[in-house]
Design a protein around this ligand. Structure first.
Ligand code: ASP
Ligand code: MG
Length: 441
């Protein structure tokens, strides 16, 4: 069985909902994972922050506007009077509940409950729409089988046991629909897999049912070889290894939630990225195949903070890095890039929640310099460290300064840290060099 995930824009308009219906009606049994309709989760996050700021009136206004939008969608999608009525009752109940919640006291649990409603709405509406179209569809509530553990990692054993049991015991259907993003925590409260987490849901489910393939359907024709927002003529990449895709997803290629590749890689399930509006395009296939050597893609991640930690005592000393790392571990702050010299170490983080506390502890044994507004530019490919093009790479970067370089950490990645104001230029220069080839010779 395949798992197909459709993102917010794929279920964001009536026309797209119809396109999705066509794509999934090929007679094959499948599980379909849906995000919330585009704009909904953002609106729910807005509602949650109004609740936090005790702006109940603004929250209610946003709820009313969203409700209106859903009424219109239901009106347009349903001709069958009974189904239309059933869906309207459901939608109304959801918005009544949201209004009730918005007058309660804010906490994280309330936030999680509010933002879960987008996926609940999209999956209910879509399942009933499929039934109207004569398709044997069945809703499998994600909260019956998706669970995270105390470390916020998917509880794979629980998910596998429960999902397979539910499918076995359910009324046979051609298409099972479920919610992306949402899950329960160990205490049975509503939680989620973080923003954009529906992709992750799809591969977690794929691994749980040992799917033949996971398809992520979205609003672009695959993973591109550079950021199409800043660089012209970028191309979809036809094949990536799990490692390459994971690096790209993490370092800025926003098409995939960063953790998505992991479950598929562990279970060796191919992941295909597809374009909902042009299903005939091949998209990007992510699997175990090792393809051509060389740089395949460039991506950039903003919001990076660089920290330089300098200590005279580092000279010929051991244990210095351990001390540094222990501080980051204590504050559960992941380090992305790292470079060292004999007396200093530079590293980058993107989560600055505990930056002040981290600096305070580092300053007990070193001098600390912090640079904000940095971007990591990441070059990804197979065996790129030894590739014959790679050593000339730095020729194209003389127009701006590079704060850090990470080369050789893995065969698949070279990362550069630049000031964010230089990012677009760096992406374009690198693109000319790597993909247009005019500068190589
Ligand atoms: N609806 C959620 C979000 O907007 C999850 C997802 O779309 O993947 O973040
Ligand atoms: Mg997404």
């Amino acid at each position: 069985m395949k798992v197909l995930k459709f993102g917010g824009t794929s279920v964001g308009t009536i026309q797209n909902i119809k396109s999705v219906t066509k794509i999934i009606s090929d007679g094959e049994k499948k599980i379909v994972v849906l995000s919330a309709m585009s704009g909904t989760t953002n609106a729910l996050v807005e509602i949650a922050s109004c609740v936090e700021n005790k702006e109940v009136e603004i929250a209610n206004k946003t709820i009313t506007n969203l409700f209106k939008k859903y009424r219109e969608v239901v009106n347009e999608l349903f001709e069958n009077i009974n189904l239309k009525q059933e869906v309207n009752i459901y939608v109304e109940a959801i918005f009544k509940k949201l209004t009730k919640i918005s007058s309660q006291t804010y906490n994280e649990l309330l936030y999680n409950t509010i933002v879960a409603h987008g996926e609940l709405l999209s999956t209910f509406i879509f399942t009933k729409y499929l039934i109207q179209q004569g398709i044997k569809a069945q809703l499998l509530p994600a909260l019956d089988f998706m669970r995270i553990d105390r470390l916020n990692e998917p509880d794979n054993f629980y998910i596998q046991q429960n999902l397979n049991r539910i499918i076995r015991n359910n009324i046979p259907a051609d298409i099972y629909i479920t919610q992306g993003f949402i899950c329960l925590d160990t205490d049975g409260n509503i939680a989620n897999l973080q923003r954009g987490g529906s992709d992750y849901t799809a591969t977690i489910i794929g691994a749980a049912i040992n799917a033949e393939e996971v398809e992520i359907w979205t609003d672009i024709d695959g993973m591109h070889n550079n950021d199409p927002r800043f660089v012209e003529n970028t191309q979809a990449i036809s094949n990536l290894s799990y490692e390459e895709a994971a690096e790209l997803a993490y370092f800025g290629a926003r098409i995939l939630h960063p953790q998505t590749v992991m479950p598929a890689r562990t279970a060796n399930i191919p992941v295909r990225l597809k374009y909902t509006m042009c299903p005939e395009l091949p998209g990007t296939l992510i699997n175990n195949n090792v393809t051509d050597k060389g740089i395949k893609a460039i991506a950039a991640k903003d919001g990076i903070t660089a920290i330089k930690i300098k200590s005279a005592r580092m000279l010929l000393a051991y244990g210095f890095l351990k001390k540094v790392f222990e501080i980051f571990e204590k504050y559960e702050t992941p380090i992305d890039m790292i470079t060292t010299s004999e007396i200093a170490v530079s590293l980058t983080i993107d989560n600055t929640t505990f930056l002040d506390a981290i600096i305070e502890e580092l300053e007990k044994f070193s001098t600390v310099e912090v640079d904000e507004n940095q971007s990591i530019i990441c070059l990804v490919g197979h065996s790129i460290v030894n590739h014959n093009k790679t050593h000339k790479l730095f020729n194209v970067l003389h127009d701006f300064s590079i704060r850090m370089i990470s080369y050789g950490g893995s065969e698949n990645n070279i990362s550069l840290l630049v000031n964010t104001k230089d990012k677009v230029k760096a992406l374009r220069n690198l693109n000319d060099y790597v993909f247009e080839s005019s500068l190589i010779a």
